[in-house]
Structure formats: C-alpha cells, structure tokens
Design a protein around this ligand. Structure first.
Ligand SMILES: Cc1ncc(COP(=O)(O)O)c(C=O)c1O
Length: 360
C-alpha cells in the first residue's frame, strides 16, 4: 500500500534524545532556543514563539486578537477543527465564509459582507499548502481594522509573492504534529508581525512569566494570565534534527505535485489549481463519485482520504450556522480526495499513481 502520510524520523534521533536526557534539561533550554532561532530564519521572521502544538498557536493568536464573548471570527469550515475549536472554547462566535471550489481556500469575495462591529479577526487555512489570497484578505482586514491569522499547518515552505509564508499577516500558525512536513512528534509555532506581540506570546506560553528573567522567575509579577504551551527541549531537539533535511522534504513534495500536474490527464478527474508556490503537504483532486474513486485506488494499493471534513456540520457548531448556503464548500467537500504526494514516493510509486488514476 502506498501510504497517504509517512512520519519523517530523523536518522540518529536516538543518540540525540539520549544527549538531551543526559543534559538533564528536558523542559525549555538550549535546544528550544536554537530551534526557535533556526525556524525563524527559515521562514524569514524572527518573531517566533515555539509552542507545544499548532492548536496552541491558533489559541494564542486568538487571545492576542481579543477573541472572547461577544467577539466574532470569520473562518472557513473546510479545515481541521483545530482552526475553529479554540474560537468556541474561548467563548467567541464563528462566522462562516465560503471557499473557492478550485483551491479549497477561503473566498475573499465572501468575506467582506460578513464583517460586523464585533469582528476581531479573519482566520484562513492554506489548504494543502497552497496560499490563499493573502493580499485580498489583508486588504479587507486593514479596511475594517481587524487582524488576519494564517493557519499554515499545511504550508511550511510555501511562499506567496515569492516570500515565505510567515511574513505577510499579523499571525501565522504552524503545526509540527506527526504527519506534517516537519514533525517534533507534537509541536507548533506562532509567528507574529509585531515584536510586542511575540514578546507577550512568549510570556503567555508559560504562565505569563518571562522564562529568560535573570533571578527568581517566580518572583516576577504576572500581569496577563497565561498557559502552559511552551515547546520542551526534547521536542525541540527533534525539530532541530528535522531542520537539516526540511528543504529536501519540501522540494520533494513540490516536485511530485508538479509531476501530477503534468501527468494526470483523466477528464473524470479535476485537479486543484496548480500553484508553484505551494509546498503541497497533500495533493487534492476532485471527482463526481469520490467514494468510488477512493475504493478503486485502495484496490490498486493506493491510500487516499478527505483528510478534513467541513467543520460546520459538527454539533458543537450548531450555534454558528450560516444564513447563506456555502456553495463552494458544498462542491469542494463532496468531490475532493487527497492522494499521496510526499517525500516517501519513489518514481515507480508516482508512475503507478498516475497510471491508475488515468485508467479510472
Ligand atoms: C489545518 C490545521 N490546523 C491546525 C492543526 C492543528 O495542529 P496540531 O495538531 O499541531 O495542534 C492541524 C493539524 O493537526 C491542521 O491540519
């Protein structure tokens, strides 16, 4: 079976982990400091706060935007619930925008009419790694003085206008969960446009205290109640090992997507709009009978999946039903299927996948 996802385990990770445990510094320490620095350099934004998950990054971004009772966040249902669930737990209201059916990304045309005096942020995922229209969303946000949060869980290594994702909006959230381009087992990062925001984020991730404080850490005053969301040294050591090969991983995903773009030619299959700036965490195709295609691929030894389902159909989202029908979401979520595209595919795998899909 050609898997849809594969976990990238760095070579010699055992020895590295032994080194961390032997150092006795298993919470925050030199590895987390160094990973934070290297990751910031990689995305071209030094205002990074390393965290224990992508969900924590989103939660912190919402906190910095002031999400809470009476506040609204415009979001898309076509994402992982991790994008939307923190809005609910923080007492905010989700307002659903539609998506473009040829990318899976938020449709800027559906967003502006959803802005009210209670809107504090627009959050959008870069579906499959393909950047959403960041300029159009930021233009709307600027007009109404609201914040933009990019959920870049799929999009490490993607660029937009030739600049790395991580540098365009107020907040950009990354996930280093098991099956992402870069895994630290679990982990995440929040990149902020503004230096003041990252300073606060670094405090909020650890009870509202500055861990770099010289002296007795616990004797500092806590002015903003925080969380326990920091990345520990063990996860960071894994992240640092991953940094050595991350560009190769991203390049492989991109190359494989380019290959599909050229070689998949079955008129029964639609491909999502190709974007050479995408880091293609997944590759999404569309067809009328998705279940039939999925079973056909499985019979031929190829795993595929929807990966995410539309979030607005969950019972917890009942209070936030959209008044208008979300036509783009309807079409995309009925037809889309994700196929393997990652670094683990050999040329034989790629040829097989193309051949099987073209014969469908
Ligand atoms: C789009 C999206 N956002 C957020 C997350 C949450 O990341 P984490 O699992 O690291 O909390 C994920 C994946 O898990 C995701 O796919």
């Amino acid at each position: 079976m050609i898997p849809l996802f594969k976990i990238n385990v760095p070579k010699n990770i055992g020895a590295k982990l032994q080194e961390v445990f032997d150092s006795g510094m298993i919470t925050e320490g030199s590895y987390s400091d160094q990973f934070e620095k290297e990751f910031g350099e990689f995305i071209g934004n030094k205002n990074v706060s390393l965290l224990n998950s992508g969900t924590s990054a989103l939660s912190l971004a919402y906190r910095l935007c002031g999400v809470g009772p009476g506040k609204e966040v415009i979001s898309s249902p076509m994402t992982c619930m991790a994008t939307n669930e923190p809005i609910i737990t923080m007492g905010g209201k989700i307002v659903w925008a539609d998506i473009e059916p040829d990318t899976g990304n938020i449709d800027p045309a559906s967003v502006e009419k959803l802005v009210t005096e209670n809107t504090v942020a627009i959050v959008a995922v870069h579906w499959a790694g393909t950047p959403f229209n960041i300029d159009a969303i930021n233009k709307i946000a600027k007009k109404y003085n609201i914040k933009v949060i990019e959920d870049a869980a799929h999009a490490l290594g993607s660029t937009y206008n030739q600049k790395p994702i991580g540098t365009h909006s107020d907040y950009v959230c990354y996930s280093f969960q098991a099956i992402k381009h870069l895994t630290t087992v679990d982990g995440g990062a929040l990149a902020c446009k503004n230096e003041e925001d990252v300073k606060l984020a670094r405090k909020l991730r650890w009870f509202g205290l500055d861990r770099k404080y010289i002296g007795s850490k616990w004797e500092q005053d806590i002015t903003d109640a925080g969380y326990k969301m920091h990345m520990n040294n063990v996860n960071a050591a894994i992240g640092l090992e991953q940094m050595k090969t991350i560009q190769n991983v991203i390049d492989a995903h991109k190359k494989n997507a380019e290959y599909y773009q050229e070689k998949i030619v079955n008129p029964k299959i639609k491909k999502t709009k190709y974007d050479p700036e995408s880091s293609y965490w997944i590759y999404t195709i569309m067809t009328e009978n998705r279940q039939e295609l999925k079973e056909y691929l499985l019979t031929n030894g190829i795993a595929s999946d929807v990966v995410h389902v539309r979030n607005d159909r969950y019972s917890v989202c009942k209070p936030y039903q959209s008044q208008e029908s979300l036509k783009g979401v309807e079409q995309f979520c009925n037809e889309m299927l994700c196929i393997p595209v990652g670094w683990w595919l050999s040329q034989d795998d790629l040829n097989k996948i193309v051949d099987v899909i073209n014969k469908y």
